[in-house]
Write a protein that binds this ligand. Sequence first.
Ligand code: PEP
Ligand code: MN
Length: 345
Amino acid sequence: MVTGQDDSTIIVMRRDATRDDIDHVVERLRDIGAEAHVSEGQIRTIIGAVGDRAVIQQLPWEAFPGVERAVPVLKPYKFVSRDFHPEDSVVDVGGVPVGGNAIVVIAGPCAVENRDQLFTTAAAVQKAGARVLRGDAFKPRTSPYAFQGLGEKGLQLLAEARDEFGMPFVAEVLDPRDVELVSSYADLVRIGARNMANFTLLAEVGRQPKPVMLKRGFTATIDEWLNAAEYVYKEGNHNVILCERGIRTFEQQTRNTLDISAVPVVEALSHLPLIVDPSHSGGRSALVPALTRAAVAAGADGVMIDVHPTPETAQVDGGQALRPAEFGQLMDQVRAVATAVGRGV
Ligand code: PEP
Ligand code: MN
């Protein structure tokens, strides 16, 4: 158990370190009561040692066979930091890699309303080039009287749409009691902005097998957000995707202010893939194309966009949803900007 005085040290193995060298370091760490988290990169293996830093640093790590150096990590988040894992992480979402060279576009309705609405949208976004479907069965609504989502029925419809259109889907989970249910259907489990600091929920999704998308809380700093990701990672689920979705500022023209700076800042601090949600950032469909282009240009690994066949009838967030034709035009722009920054779609 990691507590108070504990901190971590990263033990970087040499490129030519053997399995025995790695096992030896792990054994010594366990002997002194530290946790060892082994991360095997393409080039070298890195071992995250969590425990009492003074005790860990007493050992002459550089003298161990296969060890290159031992570096203390002073940041409060460790496993999600670039110090721990210098290479970009790629997260597999039902067969779609997120965090590699290709920009991944996630699209679909904010909420699943009925079969026709979902299938019409899924068909259109798939045809336009989206790789992952979005759609929620549990909605966090400001008003308790507003539509809260279809629950399990919504998840069933999403699973049918996945099979029909060959697109994995992401759905939000609001409650630790529903994690098993949502995880049993969804390919990617989402933690929404309102729950970014719900540490019980974070730990719960950290213990289930599906990858997790963690949205930034609208009042959270980047450090708080990365600490939230650490909660998930630490439980053993290393497949975490971050999602910037705008923060609350004094500005009233937009629903939230898209923090575009977060893209390069997080890129430097963390190895986790990062996507941007331009729909919940701007809150108005007219702003979505510009925010999407900016996100891709800034280096985001993907975007998540609300699309609805008839936004004027949407039960949730109609004002920010693109119509299928508008989404198709935006996909052309995404391809053009991706090419300009050396990435594919
Ligand atoms: C959503 O993506 O539908 C959503 C509720 O977003 P956020 O958690 O960012 O508000
Ligand atoms: Mn929404």
